[in-house]
Design a protein around this ligand. Sequence first.
Ligand SMILES: Cc1cc2nc3c(=O)[nH]c(=O)nc-3n(C[C@H](O)[C@H](O)[C@H](O)COP(=O)(O)O)c2cc1C
Length: 249
Amino acid sequence: MNKTIETILDHRSIRSFQDKPLTREQIETIITTAQAASTSSFIQAYSIIGVSDQNKKDQLAEVVGNQPYVAKNGHFLVFCADLNRHAQIAEMENIDVIPSIESTEKFMVSVIDAALAAQNAAIAAESMGLGICYIGGIRNNLEAVQSLLKTPDYVVPLFGMAIGYPAKVNDKKPRLPLEHVYMENEYQQDTATFIKQLEDYNQVISAYYRERTDGKREDTWTEQIGQMLEKKSRMYMKDFVQNRKMDLR
Ligand SMILES: Cc1cc2nc3c(=O)[nH]c(=O)nc-3n(C[C@H](O)[C@H](O)[C@H](O)COP(=O)(O)O)c2cc1C
């Protein structure tokens, strides 16, 4: 155990922040740690848009499905897959990179890069005593987000991150048992073991919600995830991404 591991293991999403903006120095530290993450072939295929304009934050909070902590926090970041600067390299180097940039592979590279940068930022913020909440709700209405943030072709906003001084801290959410997610040498397909692990985990999650909500909620993990997956969501994504000239081949 060391301080880094303690910080990582102490994570829980924060959805209520004090009315205290981050300093420029805090923001720059967080972004610099994001940039220190590994990046596929050194491509650095992401951008981070910090939203400090309160009017824009209010509009974003509505667009993401009325999540008030998108408007009320210390700072709000939007992580974007970004191959726009790479498209411009083509002109500088007088070569054709467009067929490569417009591929599913490069889109995946940019999404992976952005996610790695974001998680570095999250851990850095948490190590500074701040709390974070990722906001996938950004993808509820990407047209609106795109027009608010003026993102060009080859850029897809992926998720937001609210950061700030916590006003309310929930209990940590227990994760799946390690044996359920970690396999050695080959994929583990033993259905009986798999189901047993899920049943045990369901008990843990049910107890977690019962405790957290004074008994008002006690759904299991498989119930919760099953209900979520029963509904299709954001089915416009492929069209949106392809309209931004990514994931085309
Ligand atoms: C990419 C991503 C998008 C998320 N989007 C939202 C969101 O829109 N709103 C929200 O309240 N939480 C959001 N979350 C937070 C998850 O709900 C949370 O991480 C999960 O329930 C586990 O809880 P914990 O972070 O407290 O451990 C998101 C998390 C990730 C990684």
